[in-house]
Design a protein around this ligand. Structure first.
Ligand SMILES: [Zn+2]
Length: 295
């Protein structure tokens, strides 16, 4: 295990240490700063093939599922990450109503009691979309339309915050496709933060304009590592220590694109990929940050 200070644009030795980390087919631990012994939050990025599915577990028991991937794998993954007797989920977030994010959430809604649901509020009206709207109507949950600027405290813990960075009302009216509507949410626990971008197109989304808001320790790379979705200026603002790419092995889109991998490398950002690393989990007490990979 190696301890590192928080990534800072002025830290000249950060680059040397991050390059020195060996990422092989076994556990990789990355520590950022010293912890104060507080209880941990966990953030998982599940390997669900070509799609996104993430899970947040807070120390007080509150849980968030962000996207469900393209099929049933998310149920198996949640079954491993959650206590077997636990059939409740506090928050379900659907970044946008595309199959590779939505399909698994239909199964989550059928198998778990969900209390809060957050989504962009707009779908294309296909069969899965209609099922989603029926299920969230039947769930008896508090259903919220994601609106930039909103902030929620999680599980009564003032250190755990979910913040919505996109979409704003203008984007909701002008979007021509689901990706542009992606709910971009930032989860913060103490001094550590994770940015979930769905398939947002960073060039167009207003949230990149607010550098202080976008700054995060871990970036879930938008749109499975498409070169069209993550731009240089966006990375400069988020300035993450680690980037997670959720994509399927040998997918037909060529995700992640080499141009994007090169861009992340230029910023000395540690790259973690579900197609290569399997399930990826982070653990933080609000100060230290550790990452663990399945492969
Ligand atoms: Zn997608």
């Amino acid at each position: 295990m190696e301890k590192l200070p928080p990534k800072n644009k002025n830290d000249k030795w950060f680059k040397r240490i991050i390059l020195g980390l060996i990422c092989a087919n076994f556990f990789v631990w990355l520590a950022i700063a010293d912890g104060a012994g507080r209880k941990n939050a966990e953030v998982w990025f599940f390997d669900v093939g070509q799609g996104d599915a993430a899970f947040v577990q807070l120390p007080g028991g509150a849980q968030i599922v962000i996207d469900g991937g393209p099929g049933g794998a998310v149920l198996e993954k949640l079954g491993s990450a959650m206590p077997f007797h636990d059939r409740d989920i506090d928050w379900v977030v659907l970044s946008h109503a595309d199959h590779d994010h939505l399909a698994g959430l239909l199964l989550v809604l059928k198998n778990y009691r969900v209390y809060n649901i957050l989504w962009p509020g707009v779908s294309d009206g296909g069969a899965e979309d209609a099922e989603w709207e029926r299920l969230i109507g039947d769930e008896g949950a508090c259903v919220k339309v994601a609106a930039a600027g909103e902030k929620f405290s999680l599980g009564g813990n003032p250190e755990a915050v979910l913040e919505i960075l996109a979409p704003d009302d203008g984007k909701r009216l002008s979007a021509k496709k689901q990706n542009e509507l992606s709910a971009v949410v930032k989860f913060t626990y103490g001094r550590r933060s994770f940015l979930f971008t769905g398939d947002a197109e960073s060039r167009e989304n207003g949230f990149v304009d607010n550098a202080a808001l976008a700054r995060s320790d871990v970036l879930k790379v938008s749109h499975h590592g498409s070169k069209y979705s993550t731009r240089d200026g966006f990375l400069a603002k988020v300035f993450p220590a680690a980037a997670v790419i959720s994509s399927g092995k040998n997918n037909s889109y060529g995700h992640p694109h080499q141009e994007l991998l090169d861009l992340l490398a230029n910023y000395d950002i540690k790259i973690l990929r579900t197609d290569q690393n399997g399930d990826i989990s982070f653990r933080t007490d609000g100060e230290s940050l550790f990452v663990n990979t399945e492969k």
